[in-house]
Design a protein. Structure first.
Length: 350
């Protein structure tokens, strides 16, 4: 039995940052994740993808963000259990919970924080004859190592942020990038749409809209794709076809825990602390839903911060916690020393 203050289910960026916020409150955390390493989607699907909306980082690779988050929480010495899925949960007489993994390991905590992102996920695949045959022969649903596409001809299909961002990124690596979308309008960030248009005008990206990939050709490997371009047929030679139509999320066993679910996401009270309909169980990050929800990493960080404040009150009922800025109070260093703010700063604030 592993006992901790907060059991965090999910080792993505939101789950990792929750460890930091809990550590500031002197709360211990243990993280349980079905994947073999920390990082969630960022590590599993696109570790080399640049992220542009993390405060203080004009651009940071997904894998580097996870590395930095792990470095940030080292000092609080969280526990990790990888490669195991949260299977069942039982409420105890003392109000705490026991979560059992699919491998029989048990975890006991008064607070559960579900930070499972999209849960388990599968790529949404286009309906193309013979698609499965080419899945190891030129079709890629995720990009883990962009160098694989160096000096190759790449066709990307999709209209969201992933399709736009990877088209931009690979334009400096691949010999030829073609972006295909079934509409003239894109769902991604306006800055990315403008950047793709600039690269098209510069001859670094071929943009074909409205159009759909309807067929694949090649004997042992993809050699080209067939497009339906507003009723007209077109063949585009390529070495790789990357359909980026998003993911189909699944909550897995958590969906059977008695939580209130809406459209495969867990409903929470965002007016207070992101608690679910079961007291003591919180859901933070992409796994939750509430009016006005935005599935952004920085929103997950905010939710994790408020969740930890509420968790402190559950674990320490009646005990008042006075929040202090880390610039004043410092944080306990990983080496046992204390990192304090300069005396001039403390004096000025006093």
């Amino acid at each position: 039995m592993i006992k901790t203050d907060i059991l965090i289910i999910g080792a993505g960026p939101t789950g990792l940052f929750a460890v930091f916020e809990a550590g500031l409150l002197k709360l211990k955390c243990h993280i349980l994740d079905a994947l073999p390493q920390a990082g969630g989607q960022l590590s599993e699907l696109y570790p080399k993808k640049p992220i542009f909306d993390i405060p203080g980082f004009p651009e940071v690779l997904a894998g580097d963000l996870i590395h930095n988050l792990r470095e940030q929480i080292k000092q609080f010495e969280p526990g990790f259990t990888f490669g195991e899925r949260a299977e069942t949960i039982e409420k105890q007489e003392d109000g705490s919970f026991i979560v059992t993994s699919n491998k029989g390991k048990k975890f006991n905590a008064p607070v559960i924080a579900i930070a499972g992102g999209l849960g388990s996920f599968e790529p949404r695949k286009p309906l193309i004859d013979g698609l499965k045959f080419y899945e190891d022969k030129g079709i890629k649903y995720f990009i883990k190592n962009p160098e694989k596409f160096r000096d190759k001809r790449v066709v990307i299909a999709g209209g969201g942020d992933s399709a736009l961002d990877w088209s931009i990124f690979l334009s400096n690596i691949a010999s030829e990038v073609t972006l295909v979308h079934r509409r003239n309008e894109f769902r991604g960030a306006l800055d990315s749409v403008d950047k793709v248009q600039e690269l098209k005008d510069a001859g670094k990206i071929k943009l074909i809209t409205p159009a759909e990939v309807v067929g694949i050709k090649g004997a042992e490997h993809i050699e080209s794709v067939d497009l339906d371009e507003n009723g007209a047929h077109r063949n585009v030679p390529c070495d790789y076809f990357i359909p980026l139509f998003g993911l189909t999320p699944k909550l897995g066993p958590i969906a059977n825990w008695g939580l209130e679910i809406e459209k495969n996401a867990i409903k929470v009270n965002n007016a207070l602390d992101y608690q679910t309909n079961i007291p003591g169980i919180f859901a933070i990050g992409d796994v939750n839903t509430y009016p006005g929800k935005l599935k952004l990493i920085l929103c997950g960080f905010h939710e994790a911060t408020l969740m930890c404040q509420a968790a402190y009150q559950i674990i320490n009922p009646g005990k008042k916690f006075v929040m202090k800025y880390t610039t004043v109070s410092g944080i306990d260093g990983f080496d046992g020393t204390r990192k304090e703010a300069p005396k001039s700063v403390v004096k000025a604030i006093d």
